[in-house]
Design a protein around this ligand. Sequence first.
Ligand code: DGL
Length: 267
Amino acid sequence: MDSSRPIGVFDSGIGGLTVVRALMERLPLESIVYFGDTARVPYGIKSVTTIEHFTGQIVDYLLGQRVKMLIVACNTMAAVAADVVKARAGEIPVLDVIEAGALAAVAGSSVRGVGVIGTPTTINSNAYARRMHRLDPALRVYSQACPLFVPLVEEGWLDHPVTRLTAQEYLKPVLAEEVDSLVLGCTHYPLLKPLLKEVAGERVRLVDSATTTAELAAARLHELGIASDGQRAADYRYVVTDVPLRFQTIGERFLGRSLGRVERVEW
Ligand code: DGL
């Protein structure tokens, strides 16, 4: 396979840009095509059948862009539609944020007690707990849906009293248990890291699936011998299904740099 082909990264909206940001830092030679389904976000409160259908459409689009690897940056899609992605991808390797987050959480928990926060669909699917139990059957996993976090982050309330109070409420039952790791099981939560750190306290390590996904991607590309050799400069494309008002501002907050050119796809 031509190693200069891009990596396809996708999410329900622009939250997955936290994964793109981590990939750009860890793998600066790799080109990326990012797909955000901004017209149909949020997925985290939709049914499994709907999410599977949308996921299939996105995967087909990215395969048409001749990507060399697929990264499911959306925890909700990874939780309920991972099989759809793998079935369509065929030979193309697939990574997802849940696989990466689960590995990092299990490896780093010395008390073998882990908290997981995510959207209602992700938490109801129990996907994180299942993946972690495959790695360590005795691990204690405490999950908590945090439906208000996505809108709060999109509002830019990253260090706001309302967000702090919400976090204290959501985390109360998890922090009452003996946990030393908290998995940020949603694309939007890495932006809340400083606030969550403050609420969770020093004893709890935050597991950011964006950075762990980038680490896993680096390892897999090398293993498969398809890492870019840097002969061609890395190219970044952003494809979305709608360009909402404030898209640029929010997108740049997630990406931590200027977004450049954004294309709108017509289905
Ligand atoms: N991308 C979703 C996730 O990581 C959050 C936004 C949504 O609900 O679509 O779970």
